[in-house]
Write a protein that binds this ligand. Sequence first.
Ligand code: GDP
Length: 486
Amino acid sequence: SSTTYTSQESKKDVLMGGLLVPGFDERICISRYNSAMYRKNAARSPCPHLIKRLREQEALQRRCGPDTAAYRRAAERIESRRNGTDGAAADANDDGACKYLVLVPYRGLGNRMLAMVSAFLYAMLSGRALLVDRGESLGDLFCEPFPETSWLLPREFPIKNLEGLTGEVPDSYRNLVQNERLVTSASDLPYVFVDLDHACTYHDKLFYCDDDRHFLHRAPWLLMRTDGYFVPALFLNPAYQDELDRLFPRKDLVFYLLAHYLLHPTNKVWGLTTRFYNSYLKDSDERLGIQVRVFDGDSPFKHILDQITACTSQERLLPEVVAQEPSFPAPAAAGARSKAVLMTGLNSWYYENIRSKYWQSATVTSEVVSVHQPSHEEHQLSGNTTHDMKALAEMYLLSMTDAIVTSGWSTFGYVGHGLGGLSPWVMFKPENLTTPDPPCRRAMSMEPCLHGPPFYDCRAKRGADTGKLVPHVRHCEDMTWGLKLV
Ligand code: GDP
């Protein structure tokens, strides 16, 4: 069904202040114009320069996307350069030719979403069309973000086995730097591969200092593999600082704005999300999200349950329960405040315990606490479409709460609070199976953390504490060496 907008004002909200373009068929992707209505923070608008650059990127994606003559020419050139039969070298240096960034996202869905947002920003900064390797499930999870074209890499792309590429391949940025081949023209290579895995090497990470106008500018195809949010590193590159300042006057909104621009769950996923929201969360006075991600194994752990309880109690996110029921309890007041707790996790044991606590005993505040968990998949099965759909719906559900507690180190949690525009309470990752003290801490910002940051100052050309180079890039709460925007 198509929505009718009563006023200009509500129409503007649906488009998030100009972040989204109108004109897509609403029925094909309901979430695109519908998701802002589920968020309180939807008024956080992009600045005019970002809006302008997004519209320019859309035009570029249309001009260069699959099914265009430009794409076919560029793909053919990969073949001819591999065979050394490239007769059209002059053509390659034509400034009007399309340049591409092919992203190979991998690992869990949270990782892949952070990768897509980061790659999109890099594509915009470097004037490249973004094409995404769809893997098993991406095409079923997300709608097309750009009008009248596709961001999915065509299946007949000449380079196969993209998931198998690593920094070891001859035409990797790592090898070009190590063997001092940056002097050869990148336009002579079929492609340049950039490895930004969280565990990539010093030489791979020199990419973060690359001034795209010099070396990489000439590479028509940039292939990139990453599993994380490398945006903070772009803010450390002098080549991009001015433009990033203009795009994002508020540095803590980068993920929030770009993720809501780029990532729109398909109707199937949106059905999972909105049905759960409407059934269990909508009518409560307040909503608290608790994301439980355990890295010690899939079985339940007492120290993690203790951590959740300690955090929600110390930070006054959940009410205490009475120690002993009075003999003549006052009748529950009609109209008592209600709090819905949305829990997510692979295991249901934490949820069962907390739900049971508020069933067994009354709260000291007389608040009514209901606890809900959409799924308990037991084990991570990334790549399986149904499994990934549930994970995506749950990240969106977390983003629809009013306050959120997340598990440190988890990209699933980063996406949940990032989409919600919420600075989370981060539970520190336990060491030696013990509850950390303090159990959690309020984060400085809603931005995700970069797990494999560079330790190099591009300006000074030497190693440095990259959490101290610019005021808005700091170390993360949950990972001392990680970097995040604040
Ligand atoms: P990370 O490993 O915590 O950084 O997050 P990722 O999303 O990258 O990978 C974890 C994957 O495990 C998810 O994508 C899901 O496939 C699964 N998973 C972990 N926690 C949950 C959860 O709370 N709900 C669901 N449905 N799946 C989860």
